[in-house]
Ligand binder design. Structure first.
Ligand code: C2E
Ligand code: CA
Ligand code: CA
Ligand code: CA
Length: 279
């Protein structure tokens, strides 16, 4: 038994050595990715649950690594966060998303608000408000064209600071959403004090619709909660007509998911989503 334990330890420390080396290599490459123009944004449409009309887009970060190919954000965002690189990267995301929407507007395509994801480090950055103002000014778009998404776990940290930051962003006129809603433990009284516009129901609950009564109960109560607080709801990860009809019947206002549109590069988004939405 002793030997087995030793082997197991040896195995884990070898595995973690390799992981550390890989993470360091990725961190080094990520440091250069911005300058080498390897970061991209893909866009995913957001739609009215009843009419099917396009109501917005979420910008999702992609890293086109010269050797590794397309690296998933699930893989490199944590590295960007732990290394501090998320701040310049997040700033690039916000500027690029607004620049892109302005370019679509200039090309005569429909203009819809664009949502960008904020990391904890960005949200804590005392310069965030100034960055938002500068990015809006550079794009010439009105503040209502930008939505900032913060995850429920970020929103739950340090409530007084969060409430003050959200208020100061809200006063600029940007929209605010709580991402991955339902995975944390937001209290009613806290949500009431947070001036956000909508809750994004986490896709882990949407997946269970029509199969898991627990997930259906959670989704139903989030929609009810949002309604009573005057917030909009958007369901993420909607893949089937059955999920959509449940959500529509329960009064969820917006949906995002493979059923309607996958995240896609800007050219494809313009062709397949924006052009299709033009009157
Ligand atoms: P998220 O913000 O919750 O984004 C939704 C994720 O669900 C995206 O994964 C999207 O591609 C995926 N998705 C959309 N519709 C469906 C569907 O119908 N079914 C399924 N199974 N998945 C769907 P993605 O693009 O891999 O991004 C993963 C996460 O990385 C995001 O989760 C977000 O937390 C983070 N992320 C992405 N871009 C950024 C960014 O610019 N900044 C920061 N801080 N985080 C980002
Ligand atoms: Ca998001
Ligand atoms: Ca989410
Ligand atoms: Ca269950």
């Amino acid at each position: 038994a002793k030997r087995e334990g030793g082997d197991r330890l040896g195995f884990y420390s070898r595995a973690s050595h390799e992981q550390v080396r890989e993470t360091l290599a990725l961190e080094r490459a990520l440091r250069q990715a911005l300058g080498r123009n390897e970061l991209r944004l893909h866009y995913q449409g957001q739609f009215d649950a009843v009419s099917g009309a396009l109501v917005g887009a979420e910008a999702l970060l992609r890293w086109q690594h010269p050797e590794l190919g397309l690296v998933s954000p699930a893989r490199f965002i944590p590295i960007a966060e732990s290394s501090g690189l998320i701040r310049p990267i997040g700033l690039w995301v916000m500027n690029e998303a607004l620049r892109q929407v302005a370019a679509w507007r200039d090309a005569g395509l429909p203009v819809v608000p664009v949502a960008v994801n904020l990391s904890l480090a960005q949200f804590r950055d005392p310069d965030l408000r100034d960055h938002v103002i500068a990015a809006l000014r550079a794009s010439g778009l009105s503040a209502t064209m930008l939505e900032l998404e913060l995850t429920e776990s970020i929103a739950m940290e340090d409530s007084e600071h969060t409430i003050a930051t959200v208020d100061s962003l809200k006063r600029l006129g940007v929209q605010l959403a709580i991402d991955d809603f339902g995975t944390g433990y937001s209290s009613l009284s806290y949500l009431k004090r947070l001036s956000v516009d909508r809750l994004k129901i986490d896709q882990s609950f949407v997946r269970g619709l029509r199969y898991d009564p627990d997930d259906e109960a959670i989704v139903r109560s989030v929609i009810g909660l949002a309604r009573s607080l005057g917030l909009q709801t958007l369901a993420e990860g909607v893949e089937t007509e059955e999920q959509l009809s449940f959500l529509r019947d329960e009064g969820c206002q917006q949906i995002q998911g493979y059923l309607k549109a996958r995240p896609m590069p800007p050219e494809a988004f313009a062709q397949q989503v924006l052009l299709a939405a033009s009157p």
